[in-house]
Design a protein. Structure first.
Length: 117
């Protein structure tokens, strides 16, 4: 989920004004690049996959492999399913917006588990 970054907001506004007036374009672009660099955290990519033709990266936040016990009459507890928490990123490691992740298919968990092996 993206959070509001006031520095990025004001840098974009300044660039918009600079492009409209033709004054201080270089300074406005420099401020925008600095705001972008401090605004987002870059994540390591654990796997690269393609979803609906879009190449994306996957950063694994946590993984639980589940249990694979032999079920006997003494132990009637069912096995736990594997659980994974991940973040979908672009290929540079920056998280994608939630609006884009929402457009991906519902079976995204199985696609990620298959890619991670």
């Amino acid at each position: 989920m993206t959070t509001f970054n006031p520095a990025l907001f004001w840098a974009r506004s300044a660039l918009r004004v600079a492009n409209a007036t033709g004054v201080n374009k270089s300074q406005a672009m420099t401020a925008l690049n600095k705001a972008r660099a401090t605004g987002a955290e870059r994540l390591s990519i654990d796997a690269k996959i393609t979803i609906d033709g879009i190449p994306v990266g996957v950063h694994v936040d946590s993984y639980y492999p589940g249990t694979n016990r032999l079920i006997t009459s003494a132990s009637l507890e069912p096995n736990d399913e594997p659980e994974i928490e991940y973040t979908i990123t672009n290929l540079r490691g920056y998280p994608l917006g939630q609006w884009m992740v929402d457009k991906f298919p519902a079976d995204l968990d199985s696609i990620v588990m298959e890619a991670l092996g």
